[in-house]
Design a protein around this ligand. Structure first.
Ligand code: PEP
Ligand code: MG
Length: 805
């Protein structure tokens, strides 16, 4: 937790996990602080570039000053380039990408600057290592005064948020550059001193006004602005008044009174237990209907505990000793919570929360207080030390703009429910007592940040982001009903990758043609144990129904490596991605696997379902899976369950051995789906989650292109359909090549569907085929990218790269 806006001027570091917009606002605050305390402008600029590079995690951040009289740019400050080049590197506006920023008067982005026609190499800077480039103009008094540039060696996209943030950072720097120029001019042009002094004064006044604004935001006033940080648990951001969720009743506030007779106290207790069980039953049904990924077993477990003879007996024994039902209940609950807390198992410790929740419920019913069904007239952000599922379920979701919790993990039930409901959530927030009922809150679920009584600048920035986000969504909406078809009539199916039932709404919103990948392990991560066959049937049937007739490819469990549910013992492995993972786990835990196979097959009775196996690396594995399917088929027949006997069976091609053996696999499967996320890591020996080697993780590596092309070609020769469902499917740089190679089925995170659709609708197949042919003859990533960019420019779709990269 940081108490940002009230501190004296001091640069604060973002938490390592802080991401996105919250990080941006912190950066803006810090830059404001630096400017506010600036005595030496050059030193301040040097600190600013360093700050921007650190905060945005960029290897390079540089500031160039633009002189309109000479039309030249000069490097003023840099973090990452050779420091000796400061003041010496200078370029005309018609040279290089930095000059291009001035010419365009707007941000310029290049995923691979080296392949950009405007790229110019300045040997003094040592910048040949840096691939991706983002430059934004710095403007003061409506005139361009400089350019701010960030660069990375890894070829990467710059997000819209990063572009916005860099633009926002450039604003206060404009005044500084003007001031610097004026100061330097003053030194060198004594004769113009008076005129310049007036302008200098103006610049200083502007600066002072800016400082005052910053100062007023920092000054402790009646309302104190505070920034709290936690873990981002559900994305998005919301603005609302804080609503502190305090329990309706508490043991501490129960008035002490003389007990009635033990018999009457026991009857009161029994009645309260009965009402509590009924409430839990209602909640359980509600969760099962609306949120199938959530483990409704929580309510069942609570019901069982309430009906447990040991629990009931312990409370009644205390009542028998002459205390009220409330006192007896409190002492038993306290004892049980202490017992759970004493166990050094985080999972069991979490159960202590369930016990407290039960205690609250029975106490409320003992006191005759009804369950609160909370509805609000205005937007609220729920704030609580910890939230139970029932807390979230009972609140009016229309006005619920966010959830802030002190405890809870990212995979806790509350977090998962928040994600399903698309409510931003931040968990693990310390010092929640900084928030008071009714205070203004901004919650940033992407960054894991909560702003309490945000300053007007922060509020304005969020309002703007919200408006832009809405405009962006509207723009994308217009493509929903249109097919992804090239100008010469080639239809490409664009599918959605989903993990939660709630993702289907997003898939429909963005016009998905099908669900190309349903990652079933996500539901398993949020449960207390492997889902039973029955639980899975319920879940998959819901997914089939809500897919509304869209073909659905259900992938069997892909656990392990970075996806371990709490109940699956995680082995100590030196290389988990090469270890006990995915189909290897399933084939070892055949009972669990069979439950899943039977459940998927039963769901196939309701709609067009295909089943797909992940991480197949040998024919033996595939055959073992198929044997288990054959067994499951017999069992289902025997047990009288309906299923689609012709349900297509497919496999992912995501390890190099599978690429090599497509012809041998083909007779055994109905379809293939290329999983480039894993294929790239295994083919190039680059861990997909290791930032240190991220620049080597390259979808356009010639070896990757060959592997994809070979898979598509071989599958076609063998007459088997093939799709691609890795992130590569969502990357506009790859789209033309993939179509040109013969792919007609791409599946991606649904958000990207409109972008890829737009690109496909602008292309024609003959061109894409030529491009795919050409790039397969090239030997370096740089050449491939150069050729793709050239083609995208010729088709007039290069702006997609700028907009979405
Ligand atoms: C892949 O590896 O490309 C893929 C789609 O699967 P996941 O990302 O779930 O490993
Ligand atoms: Mg994979």
């Amino acid at each position: 937790m940081e108490r940002a806006l009230t501190e004296p001027v001091r640069v604060r570091r973002p938490a390592a996990r802080t991401r996105g917009r919250g990080r941006g606002l912190l950066l803006l605050e810090n830059i404001g602080a630096l400017i506010g305390q600036s005595e030496d402008i050059s030193a301040t600029l040097a600190r600013i570039v360093s700050l921007v590079a650190d905060h945005l995690d960029m290897e390079v951040c540089s500031l160039y000053r633009f002189e309109s009289e000479t039309s030249r740019l000069t490097l003023l400050a840099t973090k990452g380039l050779d420091p000796a080049s400061v003041g010496t590197v200078s370029m005309g506006v018609d040279e290089g990408l930095t000059g291009f920023v001035i010419q365009k008067g707007e941000p310029v982005m290049a995923i691979d600057a080296l392949a950009h026609p405007r790229y110019k190499y300045f040997p003094e800077t040592g910048e040949e290592r840096y691939h991706s480039f983002l430059g934004v103009p710095i403007v003061d008094n409506r005139a361009a005064v400089g350019v701010m540039v960030v660069q990375t060696s890894r070829r990467r996209r710059f997000t819209r948020d990063e572009v916005r943030l860099l633009k926002a950072v450039a604003v206060p720097i404009g005044g500084l550059l003007t001031q610097l120029r004026l100061l330097q001019s003053l030194e060198s042009k004594e004769e113009e001193r008076r005129g310049y002094q007036e302008r200098l004064l103006e610049a200083v006044k502007r600066l002072q006004a800016y400082e005052r604004q910053q100062g007023s935001a920092r000054r402790p006033a009646q309302v104190t602005a505070v920034r709290l940080t936690g873990w981002p648990a559900s994305p998005g951001f919301g603005i609302g008044r804080a609503h502190l969720l305090t329990p309706a009743v508490s043991f501490a506030s129960v008035p002490r009174r003389r007990p009635r007779t033990p018999r009457r106290e026991a009857l009161r207790f029994e009645a309260a237990v009965k009402r509590s069980v009924e409430e839990l039953q209602r909640l359980k049904r509600r969760v099962q209907t609306s949120f199938p990924e959530i483990d409704a077993g929580v309510f069942e477990a609570q019901q069982l505990m309430l009906l447990d003879d040991d629990f009931l007996g312990r409370v009644k024994a205390r009542i028998g000793a002459g205390v009220t039902a409330e006192v007896a209940l409190e002492s038993v609950i306290t004892q049980m919570v202490e017992q759970f807390n004493a166990l050094h198992d985080p999972y069991l410790q979490e159960r202590a929360f369930d016990i407290k929740d039960i205690g609250q419920r029975v106490l409320r019913n003992l006191l005759g207080v009804a369950e609160r069904d909370r509805s609000f007239a205005t937007a609220v952000v729920l704030v609580a030390p910890e939230l139970s599922l029932s807390d979230i379920l009972l609140i009016d979701h229309d006005q619920l703009k966010g959830i802030v919790m002190a405890s809870g993990g990212v995979t806790s039930h509350a977090s998962i429910l928040a994600k399903s409901l698309e409510i931003p959530a931040v968990v693990g927030v310390e010092r929640l007592d900084e928030i008071r009922e009714g205070e203004h809150l901004i919650i940033d679920g992407n960054a894991g940040t909560v702003y309490v009584n945000p300053s007007p600048e922060v509020l304005r920035e969020y309002d703007r982001l919200r408006d832009e986000y809405r405009a962006f969504s509207r723009e994308l909406d217009s493509l929903r009903a249109l097919p992804a078809v090239t100008r010469d009539g080639c239809r490409v199916l664009l599918g959605a990758n989903i993990g939660l039932l709630g993702d289907l709404a997003v898939a429909h919103r963005h016009g998905a043609d099908q669900v190309g990948l349903y990652r079933t392990e996500i539901a398993f991560l949020s449960h207390r144990d492997f889902l039973t066959e029955g639980e899975q049937v319920q879940l998959y049937e819901r997914v089939v129904q809500e897919a509304r007739g869209l073909p659905l490819t259900i992938r069997t469990l892909d656990l392990g490596a970075d996806k371990y549910p709490p109940y699956l013992h995680q082995p100590q492995e030196a290389n988990p991605f090469l270890g006990w993972r995915s189909i290897r786990i399933s084939l070892e835990m055949t009972n669990v696997f069979k439950d899943q196979l039977r459940a998927i097959m039963r769901a196939s009775a309701l709609g067009p379902v295909r089943i797909m196996f992940p991480m197949i690396s040998s024919l033996e594995e595939l055959r073992r899976c198929k044997d288990l399917i054959a067994e499951a088929r017999e069992e289902l027949r025997r047990d009288g369950y309906a299923f689609d006997p012709a349900m297509p069976i497919g496999m992912m091609v995501e390890v190099p051995s599978a690429v090599q053996l497509v012809d041998q696999f083909a007779p055994e499967v109905d379809f293939f789906s290329i999983g480039t996320n894993d294929l790239i890591q295994y083919l190039l020996a680059v861990d997909r989650n290791n930032r240190k080697v991220a620049s080597l993780y390259e979808p356009l590596h010639p070896a990757v292109l060959r592997a994809v092309a070979a898979t598509v070609r071989c599958a076609a020769q063998m007459g088997k359909p093939v799709s691609l469902c890795g992130e590569m499917a969502a990357d506009p740089v790859c789209t033309l090549i993939l179509i040109g190679m013969g792919l007609r089925d791409l599946s991606m995170s649904p958000f990207f569907i409109p972008v890829i659709k737009r690109l496909i609708r602008a292309a024609d197949l003959a061109t894409a085929e030529r491009l795919a042919d050409d790039v397969q003859r090239l030997t370096t990533v740089k050449e491939v990218k150069g050729r793709v960019f050239e083609q995208m420019r010729a088709l007039g779709v290069i702006d997609l790269m700028e907009t979405y990269h």
